[in-house]
Design a protein around this ligand. Structure first.
Ligand code: BG6
Length: 481
């Protein structure tokens, strides 16, 4: 199958940091279909050769094991082309179309790795020159909108040019092997499904914690914040995969229909419930791994009086028969104690105790990163004496070890899926809009409440109020137990 893959934003950070290295991995693993061309388009005037040299330089900044040798780059580089385009000029789109038509590949993937404010204009221009025919797919990078209205506007523009089946909205969390494994855990095994409901589960906690601060992204981040950056997309996507009903098949729409139902069942926020159930925080100077790090307000390009949140913890519920009354706690933040993404499913206590001592309820920890694995926490008897207390033990699975050679990175997987036309791991417009609909009352309530985010020290687990949110229900975050 021949393909042409075009990166708009060909000299941007996303292209050289994530997309090209991911494509190179696919190439190295022999997974990139034969007969492919990769075209970077950007504003600068340069030749294919110069672009390849520039890219080769950039690769020096890529993680060692993922860096091509000179010989490998020689071969990979031969697939790469460069084209100058001013995205505001209609004739430049015609030029691109002519270039692509001259080859007439089986598939054309247009990856918009540009600032999202350009998406609408680019889609319109692509439509105007007929670069929306059946062989074309368009890939859209986040952030897709700033709120519901702007997301709808982008979706309207995309829909006026492309069919939904041609639109690939990226949420890179869906490309992570650990996240795909969630589907396998739930729907490839009969073991958990009977327990996967309110009768057996006390609460579910989704944590996406980062150690890094905003770094050089202060200007972007300050207009975004943690709710838009991590909760509206990544955390909610994880929640849908945990809470969804079994889909009738492994097809994109069967899955996305079920995910949408979860988003529609989420308990809507009101100004009152935002004040009670959502905690926002902002990091203050502190230390990470023994090194002093600045507070958010001291970061480059962050206004000194910014009220932007770098931490969010919230409590919600999924209002349906399976989950009614079960709290779902979502939490994300920058400059936290650890880099740790995990989902903790806390089961209920045994209904009647016959052993002495405390009885710790079972817990399933789905580890997404840095490790990728599963840990099932149980209670056991050592067998040392009659009447002994039970001891916590765990069944531990490390997928990185178990499947070491087969693992494929998130962008590699998503790029290969976009080339192959598989939509399972991409977000449909109605899902994305419903997620915005749900977070908007939080944004509105914050706008009206000038008290701003609560400070927390770098290297901590966020403001104390986040612990209180969970403690109010008689529970604790995993690291507090
Ligand atoms: C991105 C956010 O979507 O995800 C970043 O914009 C965040 O702020 C990143 O750092 C986290 O991704 P990962 O894969 O490192 O967990």
């Amino acid at each position: 199958m021949s393909f042409d893959l075009v990166f708009f934003g060909g000299t941007g950070d996303l292209t050289w940091r994530k997309l090209m290295p991911a494509l190179f991995q696919a190439f190295r693993h022999g997974k990139l279909p034969e007969g492919g061309r990769i075209l970077a388009v950007a504003r600068d005037e340069q030749t294919d050769e110069r672009y390849r040299e520039w890219l080769k330089e950039r690769f020096r900044e890529v993680d060692g094991a993922k860096r091509p040798t000179d010989e490998e780059f020689e071969k990979f580089g031969a697939l790469i082309h460069y084209r100058r385009m001013d995205l505001s000029q209609p004739e430049h789109y015609q030029g691109l179309k002519d270039w692509l038509d001259a080859r007439n590949a089986d598939t054309v993937v247009l990856y918009l790795a540009t600032s999202p404010h350009l998406f609408t204009g680019i889609c319109q221009q692509l439509g105007a020159v007929g670069l929306n025919h059946a062989k074309v797919r368009v890939v859209l990078e986040k952030p897709l909108g700033h709120d519901l209205a702007s997301a709808q506007e982008i979706n309207r523009a995309v829909r006026s040019v492309f069919a939904e089946s041609q639109a690939f909205r990226i949420d890179h969390y869906l490309g992570k092997p650990s996240v795909q494994n969630l589907m396998a855990l739930r729907f490839g095994n009969a073991l958990f499904e009977p327990l996967w409901r309110r009768e057996s589960i006390a609460n579910i906690q989704i944590t996406l914690a980062e150690r890094l601060g905003v770094g050089t992204r202060g200007a972007f981040y300050d207009g975004t914040g943690a709710l838009r950056d991590m909760i509206q997309n990544h955390a909610l996507q994880l929640l849908t995969m945990i809470a969804m009903e079994p889909p009738s098949s492994n097809d994109a729409d069967a899955i996305r229909d079920e995910k949408l139902k979860v988003l529609r069942s989420l308990k809507p926020f009101t100004a009152e419930s935002v004040a009670r159930d959502v905690v926002r925080g902002q990091y203050r100077a502190g230390s990470i791994e023994g090194k002093a790090v600045p507070g958010y307000l001291e970061e480059v390009k962050v206004p000194p009086d910014s009220q932007c949140e770098t931490f969010v913890a919230l409590r919600t519920e999924v209002n349906n028969w399976r989950w009614a009354g079960v709290p779902f706690y979502l939490r994300t933040g920058k400059r936290l104690a650890e880099r740790d993404a995990q989902i903790v499913v806390n089961f209920r206590q045994v209904p009647h105790k016959i052993f002495p001592g405390g009885s710790q309820p079972n817990r399933l920890v789905i580890k997404l990163q840095p490790e990728d694995g599963l840990e099932l926490q149980l209670l056991a008897q050592k067998g040392a004496s009659h009447g002994e207390q039970l001891t916590p033990v765990s069944l531990d699975l490390d997928f990185d070890k178990a499947f070491a050679t087969q693992r494929v990175g998130a962008y590699e997987r998503l790029l290969l899926d976009a080339i192959a036309g598989r939509l399972n791991l991409f977000v449909r417009s109605d899902e994305q809009e419903q997620a915005w609909r749900w977070v908007e009352p939080i944004l509105d309530a914050w706008e009206a409440d000038t008290s701003g985010p609560r400070p927390y020290s770098c290297g901590s687990w966020g403001p104390a109020a986040a612990s209180a949110l969970v403690a109010r229900d008689g529970f604790h975050w995993a690291e507090e137990q």
